[in-house]
Ligand binder design. Structure first.
Ligand code: GLY
Ligand code: MN
Ligand code: MN
Length: 434
């Protein structure tokens, strides 16, 4: 991502924060995995969105109209020893020269410097409740200023959620963001295709996970956007199954929900295919029903259409199909009102996608489903799940979990399926698995 993109975002944020106010956002922290081993560091998405700065122990401050500089970055000072053991880091000089900060200070001096920056500001825009230590410090800094009001210094009177502004910005993706999403998706597509080609009865779920991750890493994407779900047979009915340790059986389906992350942007894709490469007749009927539901949902992806329409379309198609197959009995409209389909389809059609797999942005505005706008990216992922122990249906349907998930960009003209490169129809899947 080029520097000007981050700069534009900061300008846009500061216009909304306004003069006499201040915005504060902290980086993610390094977390311990065990003893002296850390989890791989992943920057906070909001912080990265504004700064492009990929280090822990940093904090960005925005003060619109401040003469000495509007963007201040607190970060770790350059340290030879740290550079030797852990590698390059920006230091104070890098923060201004390479990351566009107007001013930079050591993070260790935060306590001394930040109260001064808060003086005489009206509102503090801040992501409340995310980091209890920082919440606590902020209150202390504000109290400290209050104690000095007799010397003519005013303390901020209002705390405002920074997320509200920021997440509305993040919801609409720029061309540069769409490019990164597309790269995450294209590499994930290679992983899904490799998984299809190398799947066979007797292999283990983790081996197929390995095939996927091989492609991700081979293309330089070392992080998955979320723990991969590689679920054979009945395991596919556990929505967030990540054990991935069972043997794959002849006659079962395999559901894979996996996506790579590219420069902080997530792919989120699911395909379901037969372990032996050929769908049984029951699997075909259910698979095509889920596919029909997905295609019907996509027809509702257009500018100015409420977000919920896609979900409603999927419910309608799935309920009708379940009645036709004898899995539900009754009047379709009543089954929909009574949410009878929820035994087999218990989640919603999808979610926003971006830097976070379940990306930020409100789904409702003033209690109404919001309408779609160009630049929004979302998943469309209907499913049907009929576990082995589902006693209410004929045995032939049991042990089948199917989800089909694509990543979709809302465009002026309608929509674009960013994950179209992965086989999806029965014919396409059977052909590639031959
Ligand atoms: N992979 C999580 C989801 O599909 O929402
Ligand atoms: Mn999803
Ligand atoms: Mn998914």
């Amino acid at each position: 991502m080029i520097a000007s993109e981050f700069n534009n975002r900061r300008q846009q944020l500061m216009e909304q924060v306004g003069h006499n106010n201040i915005a504060i956002i902290a980086s993610a922290s390094v977390r311990t995995r065990n003893r002296d081993v850390d989890y791989p560091f992943r920057q906070d998405s909001d912080f990265y969105y504004l700064t492009g700065f990929n280090e822990a122990d940093a904090l960005a401050v925005f003060i619109p109209g401040r003469k000495q500089g509007e963007y201040i970055l607190f970060c770790q000072e350059f340290d030879e020893k740290k550079a030797l053991w852990e590698g390059a880091h920006a230091g104070l000089e890098g923060a201004t020269q390479d990351y566009g900060a107007d001013d930079s200070f050591p993070i260790d001096d935060l306590n001394d410097i930040l109260p001064g920056l808060l003086e005489n500001k009206n509102k503090v825009f801040y992501p409340m409740g995310r980091d209890s230590d920082l919440d606590h410090h902020l209150m202390e800094w504000i109290s400290l200023i209050r104690s000095q009001t007799r010397s003519g210094i005013n303390a901020p009177g209002e705390l405002v959620s920074l997320e509200h502004i920021l997440h509305e910005m993040r919801l609409i993706k720029s061309p540069a963001e769409i490019k990164l999403l597309q790269k995450a998706i294209d590499v994930s597509a290679k992983g899904h295709i490799r998984a299809m080609q190398r799947c066979k009865p007797g292999r283990y779920e983790y081996q197929i996970e390995g095939e996927m991750v091989h492609e991700f890493i081979d293309h330089g994407l070392r992080a998955v956007a979320y723990p991969s779900i590689v679920a054979g047979g009945d395991n596919a009915c556990i929505l967030h199954y990540t054990e991935n340790k069972a043997i794959l059986k002849e006659g079962d389906l395999l559901l894979i929900d996996a996506g790579a992350e590219c420069d902080h942007y997530a792919a989120d894709i699911t395909r379901t295919f037969p372990v032996n490469g050929v769908f049984s007749s029951e699997q075909k009927l259910l698979y095509n029903l889920v596919l029909d539901a997905q295609l019907a949902a996509m027809q509702e992806i257009k500018v100015n259409t409420p977000w919920n329409k896609a979900h409603e379309a999927s419910v309608e198609v799935l309920t009708r199909g379940l009645v036709e197959l004898g899995l539900l009995q009754g009047e379709i409209s009543t089954l929909i009102t009574d949410e009878a389909y929820k035994i087999f389809y218990m989640h919603r059609i999808g979610h926003w996608l971006g830097m976070d797999v379940h990306d930020v942005g409100d789904y409702k505005i003033n209690d109404e489903w919001r309408v779609l706008e160009p630049g929004m990216v979302l998943t469309i992922e209907p499913g049907l799940y009929i576990p082995e122990d589902c006693a209410t249906v004929d045995e032939k349907w049991r042990g089948i979990g199917i989800r089909i998930e694509d990543d979709v960009l809302v465009t002026e003209q309608g929509y674009q399926v960013l994950s179209h490169a992965i086989p999806k129809t029965i014919a396409e899947i059977e052909a590639i698995m031959q």
